[in-house]
Design a protein around this ligand. Structure first.
Ligand code: SF4
Ligand code: SF4
Length: 107
């Protein structure tokens, strides 16, 4: 995996800006169903968990915001205002486990 997107779910507010930004870059429409990231609601522990598609880690998706063109920052990361998504080092643990986190539902 080459794209070091780092998730810190403790910072996630469930705003879903990441989903909106990704889907907008996909086809100019805001539809979270078309996003490469999903925000799960973990009811039993009262938190949100962002989960990226595996492909998002394997190669840069090319969805760059105009404001950060050429920097290699995907739109989902750029859209996150709470540092729940950041760019880390390539050897970082890139995704958090959803095991043992309680019930999981899409937001
Ligand atoms: S990861 Fe960031 S942008 Fe996405 S829902 Fe959480 S706080 Fe919002
Ligand atoms: S890495 Fe790209 S495809 Fe994956 S969620 Fe972020 S913007 Fe969407």
């Amino acid at each position: 995996m080459n794209i070091p997107i780092k998730i810190n779910s403790d910072n996630c507010r469930g705003c879903r800006r990441c989903e909106m930004a990704c889907s907008w870059q996909e086809n100019g429409m805001i539809n979270p169903k078309n996003a490469g990231i999903k925000i799960h609601i973990l009811d039993e522990v009262g938190k949100h968990l962002p989960v990226l598609n595996q492909q998002c880690y394997e190669a840069f998706c090319g969805k760059e915001p105009k404001e950060a063109a050429g920097q290699g920052i995907p739109s989902c990361v750029f859209a996150c205002a709470f540092d729940a998504l950041t760019m880390g080092d390539t050897d970082d643990n890139q995704n958090e486990s959803i095991e043992n986190e309680g019930g999981m539902n899409h937001a």
